[in-house]
Design a protein around this ligand. Sequence first.
Ligand code: NAP
Length: 256
Amino acid sequence: MKLGLIGTGIIGEAFVRGLLTAGNFAGEIFVSKRSEERSTRLSADFDQVTVMNSNQEIVEQSDTIILAVLPEQTESVMRELSFTADQIILSIVSSITLKSLAEWGAPCEKIFRGIPLPPIENGIGPFPICPPSPELDSLLSSVGTVVSLENEDQFLSIAVGSAMMAMFYEMVATTAEYMETAGLPAAPAAQYATSMMHALADTAMNVDEKELHQLSQTCLTPGGLNEQVLFGLRDAGWYQTLKVEMKGIEDRLSKY
Ligand SMILES: NC(=O)c1ccc[n+]([C@@H]2O[C@H](COP(=O)([O-])OP(=O)(O)OC[C@H]3O[C@@H](n4cnc5c(N)ncnc54)[C@H](OP(=O)(O)O)[C@@H]3O)[C@@H](O)[C@H]2O)c1
């Protein structure tokens, strides 16, 4: 397989690194010069990466093209390119619909949307794709857990979930920070917070969707410490606010 990456930015670089390390990708990867610092770094680190001077050269060299530019750049970038009917386009651009991609990517018909997250660099995390793609399944499974979605409404729901990353990290950091103010040195505070969250997430990975909703209850001793925090946050409207913010993301994404 020959892969092309148009938009060597934060997530594009993470994707390529994930494929070539955790994913053991054996083919060639042609990347756009922009961002130059990232593309130079990638080609220095991996023999399989070649930096191309133009986006059209990438398209001509590749059978699968990953689009990773910003939403507002996508139309002009795609309209300048000539794709062929037998190529595959995987767009990881957040808000551009399959309909627009089909118009700008014609005559290519095998067009997909995906949402990788930064941990893709380490070969972990969800990789939602819409519509389901048998052609890309083994490639994407090498760097994450493929979640195949039948339609863009489902894809939108997943995009809402993907907005929880910063909130999660802030919660981990706040946990560590508070333990520091309570007297614990920074290193063990960070070690405890990250290791605990990792263990909790790992445990949650092993339960089904019904049990997931019961997990918080399994941590509660009547009158105990976890109960105090959970009830305190719930009474302060914390979980309700989270849902309000998620609705805001859904409304924002629904405009596209
Ligand atoms: N970051 C994430 O965690 C994440 C996750 C999932 C999806 N996404 C989506 O992925 C896309 C990229 O996000 P990002 O965070 O990686 O942003 P980013 O770092 O700004 O990446 C965008 C890249 O596109 C390049 N670019 C702009 N115009 C170009 C052109 N005409 N030809 C070739 N390359 C061009 C930029 O180069 P210059 O620096 O030279 O302008 C930059 O390297 C966005 O649509 C975002 O919604 C991001």
